[in-house]
Design a protein around this ligand. Structure first.
Ligand code: CMC
Length: 380
């Protein structure tokens, strides 16, 4: 490509940097499909396990395939002793996202062939990372509460097992289903920043652990997966439903970003926000947290009035905050929940990248000086 043909797009907006068969997004009409299936259908009819199979195989499984896939996933639920020791050596003040990033990176040391990058090996490593990350989150949270880690229970689904390992008791069916829907809706989303990070790293033929570790580091940023924690902080700062309007108007006046709103791709309401809004309302009613839902709704109405013309609507993080709060999760576990789900997408993209790899190596538009004199240090 000649220099004249090269264009600069800040933040790579509008640049097509990869092909995928996993998720399709129409940001104008608010459509999200995984392998052609509408997110709403998957949220209401599928399970997280089936959704992961779909993303990794580009088709829905038969009953026996789903059983085999689930059995494989469940066989990796628990952590080895070395990993448990590493988790209990983390300072209890550490942020869970830093612990997760470090622990996923450390999983390479428990693998006898961490650098093997065949598609088959990448699938196996992905299965282990997907199965064990919930145990990492639960074990660290228990460690900081002075409690022993609980081993995974292979009779439980991915969603049920995480809540069981975290709380030490079997969750209700309603909680399991709510958590499962959160996992489905967060599983994949085109070439978002963390997925791009994962694909960039694996394109060097580094290794799956490095790739997923980089993605975790990207996701924790407040403009990406960290926004759900920002939403909850805002909801906590607003003392009542009636105070929501003034609070948001003040933020707008001060040119602050309202977390949980806006998206690079969606210029209409994020379809995941619509799914999670319904879920959040139901859960809020069931758990006596309706005030959080009502505050969210009041914020959405102000934002609709002030920002809809600019194409700024609620994104996935807006109602996931209330949902996670109602499930009983601590604030700093909100972004980790995004990790648990998005490993499905990251791993699927790593596999796609390995299947047809070319090194990512964009270029820069140099805007500095030329022919500058080298001034010796004594003369500067
Ligand atoms: N609140 C107030 N103004 C906003 C917001 C917001 N949430 N989002 C965008 N804008 C304004 C922004 O100030 C700018 O205005 P102007 O043109 O007057 O300078 C304009 O919209 C364009 O903003 P941008 O940052 O150039 O657009 P982007 O495509 O890079 O934005 C975004 C995408 C997600 C970074 C941004 O909407 C944002 O910061 N949102 C808040 C954080 C958030 O909720 N992130 C989660 C995203 S969805 C889940 C995920 O991917 O992790």
């Amino acid at each position: 490509m000649s220099t004249a043909e090269k264009t600069f797009s800040k933040g790579l907006e509008g640049v097509i940097a990869a092909q995928t068969e996993m998720s399709f997004i129409n940001g104008t009409e608010g459509i999200l499909e995984y392998v052609g299936i509408a997110i709403g259908d998957l949220a209401s009819k599928s399970s997280f396990e089936e959704t992961v199979f779909l993303l990794w195989n580009k088709r829905l499984p038969t009953q026996s395939e789903l059983e085999a896939f689930t059995k494989d996933l469940r066989s990796h639920y628990s952590l080895c002793d070395a990993m448990k020791t590493r988790i209990t050596s983390c300072p209890i003040e550490a942020e869970p996202m830093h612990v997760i990033r470090t622990m996923i990176s450390s999983m390479a040391m428990d693998d006898s062939s961490p650098n093997e990058n065949s598609v088959e090996a990448a699938r196996e490593k992905s299965m282990r990372i997907l199965a064990k990350t919930p145990a990492i989150v639960a074990a660290f949270d228990r460690h900081r509460r002075g409690l022993e880690a609980i081993d995974g229970d292979p009779s439980l689904s991915f969603a049920a097992n995480f809540l069981y390992m975290l709380n030490g008791e079997k969750p209700t069916d309603a909680m399991i289903r709510a958590f499962d829907i959160c996992m489905i809706t967060h599983a994949d989303h085109g070439l978002n920043n963390s997925t791009f990070a994962a694909r960039v790293v694996i394109s060097t033929l580094s290794d799956v652990y490095s790739s997923i570790t980089a993605a975790v580091g990207s996701l924790r940023g407040p403009l990406h997966g960290g926004a759900n924690e920002g939403v909850m902080k805002m909801l906590n700062q607003i003392p009542s439903v009636d105070a929501a309007e003034d609070h948001v108007m003040n933020m707008i006046k001060n040119k602050e970003r309202i977390m949980g709103f806006g998206h690079r791709v969606y210029k209409s309401k994020d379809p995941r926000a619509s799914e999670l809004m319904t879920l959040a309302k139901q859960l809020a009613e069931d758990t006596g947290n309706i005030e959080f839902y009502d505050k969210s709704n009041a914020i959405e109405q102000v934002m609709e009035r002030e920002y809809a013309a600019k194409g700024i609507y609620p994104n996935v993080d807006f109602y996931s905050a209330t949902t996670y709060h109602c499930i009983g999760l601590k604030l700093d576990l909100f972004t980790p929940m995004f990790v648990l789900a998005r490993i499905a997408g990251w791993a699927g993209h790593v596999i796609e990248q390995l299947e047809d790899n070319r090194l990512f190596r964009p270029t820069t538009d140099y805007v500095g000086p030329h022919d500058a004199p080298y001034v010796s240090i004594d003369d500067r």
